[in-house]
Structure formats: C-alpha cells, structure tokens
Design a protein around this ligand. Structure first.
Ligand SMILES: Cc1cc2nc3c(=O)[nH]c(=O)nc-3n(C[C@H](O)[C@H](O)[C@H](O)COP(=O)(O)OP(=O)(O)OC[C@H]3O[C@@H](n4cnc5c(N)ncnc54)[C@H](O)[C@@H]3O)c2cc1C
Length: 434
C-alpha cells in the first residue's frame, strides 16, 4: 500500500487539481451548488500564463459566473480577428459585429495573470476552499472505502504531506496532464505536432480603426504568428510552427522568435521599433488528447484532457466549457452514480465533437487551398460569416450559419481535388472559392 493510501485524508465532496480557467470555473459552480469543494493550485496567483485572446462565446460563461464586469475592467475589447498573408501581403478582417451573428459581437484580450487570478478569487468568494502553493503529488484509486473516490496527496514547498479524501476528483491541471499521464491515457496528436515561442513587447503597431483591439494572425509558409494587444500598450507576440520551422534553426527561444519575426515581412513592418519587455518562452509537444476523459469518481477537464493548436483562440473557451460540464457531472455523480455516468459520457462526446470540428480547420490551416479560402475577400453563400462565427467560438457554426459552414468545407474539398488534379487555384486579389 502506498504512503497516500495509508493516510485518512481530509474529507470533501470534490477536489479540483489546478486553479486555471477550467478548475476555477468548476470550483465556483460546485460551491454555488452547495458542495464542499477544495481547489488546489501549485502556483500563487497572479502568475504568468499564455492564452490571452478570448472568444465572444466566453461571455455567457462570464455572466453565469458573475465575473463579466471584472473581466471587462482588466481586458482590451476585441472586435474580431484579422488574417494577413506573408506570401501576398493581403489581409482580411473577421469582424464579429458584421459576421452575421448579432448575439456575439465582441470579446476581450487579457493578461492571463489577472484573468486567472480573478476567476480563482471568484471561486473562493462563492465558497470553494482554495489553497495556493499546494502541488498535488499523488493519487490512489481502488480504495476499500466507499465514502471516498480516491486519496490525493499534496504538498506545499517545505510543508508536510497533506492528504484529501474526495468523493469526486476533477483534474484541471492543464498541460501538466496529471491524471492522463498517471493513467497512461495521453496520446499525442500526430496531425498537429507544432510548437510555439512567445513574449511581450512594447511599441508594436496595432490597428487603430474599428478593428482596434483585434487579434492579428500573420500566416507564414510554415506556421503563423499571433499579435494580441493587451492593456498598457503591451502586445503579446508568438509564433506557432511545424517542427521544421524550429529544427532548421538553432539558438535560444529568444533567437528563434527574433529570427522568425525578421523573416516575416508583414510582421517585421509592425515591429521595427518594438522593445522586448519579458522573457521569451516556448512550449513543445503540442497537441494531445487523453483516450478517455472520465472514470469511476473522476473527470479530466480543460487542457488536462486535451489540447489543440490555439490558432482559433479556443483554449480558454473549451476549458471553461469543460469546467461547467465537469461541475455538472460531479454534482450529479454525488447524488446518483448512474446518472453521473450518463452525463459524463454525454459531456465527453460534446467535448470531443467540439475539438473535432476545430481540428478539421486547424489540420488544414497551412495548406494553400485553406489559406486561399480564408483570405478570399467575398462573402458568397455567407461562407465568410460562417468562418467568423467559428472564430467567435461557435464550433459548429452559429445558428443560421451551419449550412454556409458545410458549403465552406465542401468548397475546400472540391478545390483540393482540383488542385491535386493539377488545376491552378484562383489567384489573389480576386481569389474566389465558389
Ligand atoms: C502557445 C499557446 C498559445 C495559446 N493561445 C491561446 C489564446 O490566444 N486563446 C485561448 O483561449 N487559449 C490559448 N491557449 C490555450 C490556453 O492557454 C489553454 O487552453 C487554457 O489555459 C486551459 O485552461 P486550463 O484551466 O485547462 O489549464 P491551465 O490554464 O494551464 O491551468 C492549469 C492550472 O493547474 C495548475 N497545476 C498543474 N499541475 C498541478 C498540480 N499537480 N497540483 C496543483 N496545481 C496544478 C497549474 O499551475 C495551472 O494554474 C494557448 C496555449 C498555448 C500553449
């Protein structure tokens, strides 16, 4: 028997590992349901995190959590996204307000240190017992004790080992993937094996017109950059690329990021006076999914379950959606296991479906046909509105735009076949895809 299993453990209804968007959302909602929930975070808020561009579909979740005003205070209004091609210099706006979905017209860009701290404090205000600087180190299932799903060991720096005996465990440990690693459920996504380098800058030229505050996505031949305006004239810049985009270059993350910026004519033009104001960071082994996201007495939510390339800024929305679903599963499970299982199954289907829809676009983002279609200037059959609604977070297309999204996918397949057969793709600037 392991040292964890020998402990008695502090009892609680639900223990949540990780105080990022997924964990803090779940903990707040469970506490609102009157559950005794403990939220353990290994770091201390505020702490740096990447993932700063949010989607309009995040807003109803902020409302349900009661944090919308706070997020508005700390964020920059985001009216949409622009895509810019290095190959042609052409750019196209995806403006949420004119994208055909009048209910979701804006979102925010946020410093994650402030955003995550606000969500974590909200969970505490709503009654969750939050403990920072407390890393979960071990978990033991298969207990001969029906009153607890598992025993969880955690430790603060230099502190004694503590153990908890929750009736349900939510793993929201992000890319650490605490449970998926332990249960050997994590599988890399071979179709999206990218990596990223990123940092914060001052003096980056950003849009000042009706698209002020938008995220800019600069498309290069082997990847893409994000340019995200934050408060106080700070801009987040990052590059995401295929392995070859990195292996063919050497040096520190800083060297790599600067080389990449210099090799992008459209971004270099905006960064000629830019000043680096943070460390340059990187992350690899990018996309993955766990083979299952729940089991007897536990569920993995957010990046702890799966991660997909953030070109559509979908990570926080997916994490908070999973936080809401995870809270419902745990709440139901505690009263009725069989209903809890049913809900867990349905929630897993919903999460996988959303990621598959996004994956369809992401896996093709570097192909010439997809580039040509995304940068096409017209809106025939409302296909651009449909793409705008995906960029707003409607992973199946907003109501009324599902057929145009299907048409977009159909047009993609037709054009890909034509291109394989040797027909030339329509050329910019009149690039058309219907
Ligand atoms: C390069 C890059 C760019 C991105 N850009 C965007 C973007 O623009 N927009 C967007 O929406 N998303 C973006 N994402 C994705 C986004 O960052 C994540 O999807 C999101 O943060 C997931 O939230 P989470 O709560 O699941 O995990 P996290 O936010 O990672 O939170 C997990 C928390 O768990 C804690 N933790 C981990 N292990 C333990 C442990 N053992 N014990 C206790 N605590 C633990 C961590 O300290 C952390 O606070 C990006 C991701 C990357 C890598």
């Amino acid at each position: 028997m392991s040292s964890v299993a020998r402990q008695v453990g502090e009892r609680c209804d639900v223990l949540v590992i990780g105080g990022g968007p997924a964990g803090s959302t779940a903990a707040a909602l469970l506490a609102q349901h009157g559950r005794h929930v403990v939220l353990l975070e290994k770091d201390t808020h505020p702490r740096f995190h990447i993932g700063e561009s949010l989607l309009p579909c995040n807003l109803p979740i902020f409302d349900r959590l009661g944090v919308h005003d706070e997020i508005q205070e700390l964020g920059v209004l985001k009216p949409g996204a622009e895509m810019i091609s290095d190959a042609t210099g052409r750019s196209i706006d995806f403006n949420f307000a004119t994208g055909g979905d009048r209910a979701f017209t804006y979102s925010y860009q946020v410093r994650r240190a402030d955003f995550d701290a606000a969500l974590f404090a909200n969970a505490q205000r709503r009654g969750a017992r939050t403990i920072e600087g407390m890393r979960v180190t071990d978990v033991q299932f298969d207990l001969a004790r029906p009153e607890a799903a598992c025993l969880v060991a955690a430790r603060s720096a230099g502190g004694p080992l503590r153990s908890f005996a929750p009736r349900f465990l939510l793993d929201a440990s992000g890319r650490d993937t605490f449970l998926a690693r332990r249960l050997r459920l994590k599988t890399p996504d071979k179709r999206n094996n990218t990596a990223a380098v990123f940092a914060h800058f001052r003096n980056v030229t950003c849009r000042q017109d009706e698209m002020a505050g938008c995220i800019s996505i600069h498309l290069t031949d082997d990847g893409w950059f994000w340019v995200i305006p934050l408060r106080d004239e700070v801009t987040s810049v990052g590059f995401v690329g295929n392995p070859t985009a990195f292996t063919e270059r050497s040096g520190s993350p800083r060297d790599l990021l600067f080389q990449r910026i210099r090799s992008s004519p459209t971004l270099q033009a905006r960064m000629s006076d830019a000043r680096l104001i943070s460390e340059v960071m990187g992350t690899g082994n990018y996309s993955y999914r766990a083979r299952a996201c729940w089991g007897d007495g536990y569920m993995m939510i957010g990046d702890a379950f799966a991660f997909i390339d953030p070109v559509f800024s979908s990570g926080v929305l997916l994490a908070m959606t999973a936080g809401e679903l995870g809270a419902e599963v745990a709440h139901t499970w505690l009263d009725n296991r069989s209903k809890g299982r049913q809900l867990a199954r349905r929630s897993e289907r919903q999460l996988r479906y959303g990621m598959d829809r996004l994956g369809w676009l992401i896996y093709r983002i570097n192909t010439p046909v997809m580039r040509q279609m995304l940068l096409a200037p017209n809106n025939r059959f409302r296909m651009r509105d449909a793409v705008t609604s995906v960029l707003a977070g409607h992973l199946r297309g907003a109501p009324g735009l599902r057929l145009p999204l299907l048409a977009f996918k159909g047009a993609y397949h037709l054009l890909s076949c034509a291109s394989h057969l040797g027909f030339a793709l329509p050329e910019a600037p009149g690039a058309d895809f219907q």
